[in-house]
Ligand binder design. Sequence first.
Ligand code: ADP
Length: 472
Amino acid sequence: MIGSEALPFAKTGGLADVLGALPPALGRLGWDATLVLPRYRGVRDGVFVDRIPISVGGQPAKVGFFEARVSDRATAILVDAPDLFDRDGLYGSEHVDYPDNPRRFALLARAALEWAALRGTRPTVVHAHDWQSGLAPVYLKTLYAGHPVLSGTPSVFTIHNLAYQGLFSADWMPRLDVPASVFSQEGLEFWGQISFLKGGINAAEAITTVSPRYAEETQTPEFGCGFDGVLRRRAADLVGILNGVDVDEWDPQRDPYLPAHYSAADLAGKAVAKSELLLRFGLARDPSAMKRPLIGMISRMVDQKGLDLVAALADRLPVLPASFVVLGAGEPKYQDFWRRLAARFPDRIGARIGFDEPLAHLIEGGADMFLMPSRFEPCGLNQMYSLRYGTVPVVRGVGGLFDTVREGATGFVFDQYTPEALLETLRRALAAFGNPSKWRELQLEGMKQDHSWDRSAREYVTIYEKVSRNPG
Ligand code: ADP
């Protein structure tokens, strides 16, 4: 497995959660997984095992390999190339990408394949994630096509977010160790540039995305970010596999950040969490406040998450029979919006700007509903946490949200990306909250859902078995 970030080593986003959880989950199914990622600045894990010369584009480098055990059958190999990876950021600093990212991630792919070759036995499959690993499937089809160990190794490529495409100037072509022939529409050429993402999509035997619905959506102009045609061409080999959630980390029966624990059999602890949550946000918690539905939001404050819809309802949300608690950080205009709204309606609306893991757990535990009105959502994790915590999700039916929340059964779902549709759906949810037995049914149905990694890992295994039976 090849990727640019993984827990517990390095994280900027959801990819790290996936690459932290999937290899051990595969291990539980009897597969040996080796994950190769960069040894960024500050990563101390792993013991040194080897150092070999690897050249990319004729530039030689001495590349070290550090090995860290992740679980019984899963190992991480950290690629040590200080010139390329010992830097402030993973992909850039101060919001500017490093100009040599093509070289950095070409080297990651090369190092992973060289490591595999050193083992002397062909891997069953190479699984590459996102554009940073997009050259690995290309190399397998070109540079390593006649390799004594790696020849014929099939690959799987996973798209975690199509908005990130690894686009670079065509000038890079001679410096990446790929033949000129791959600079084509069926290779990695994208409107005159190079796209590592496109290379991965076109060269892998199978392509996956992180939810079935997103797999369909990405084939449409609305969601395809210019890649819908590329993906339609590969539709027969494209599947969506939902991410799992870490069920140890997110469990209302033993969550250390909750003041009381609860389960589907006894939800009493949820009211204790609600009271604590109201207190934490400085909202009233008298009996009438405790009875009023509490709507939570935890989100990066960016356009993707539907915050423009919420902002359009600035005057209408506060007059709903509900309270709101919001946690997030991101674009200043959205941060200011929530700060101002909380200042105007201090008894109904609480906003906390920043990143706060313990508070995120308390919101999942203490809120009655969770709002996620995303414009697009490849998978989404918070709605799955909400289901496990008996916190009924109110979502826009896109991507992973469509796949995990069922209208009227486990939550409330709207289609049109309009403030009116969002408001109407919130009203529907608030009406249902007024019927305690109906509400309890919604909570319990959500709490029954299985979003464990083991289930997702089994689906990946099905793909691995398929491509290794019929390598391309
Ligand atoms: P995305 O990866 O697009 O941000 P996801 O729902 O897939 O969205 O995952 C976001 C993760 O980050 C969740 O685990 C969520 O709880 C967490 N998160 C986002 N913002 C914050 C925050 N301000 N404080 C704590 N956790 C946050």
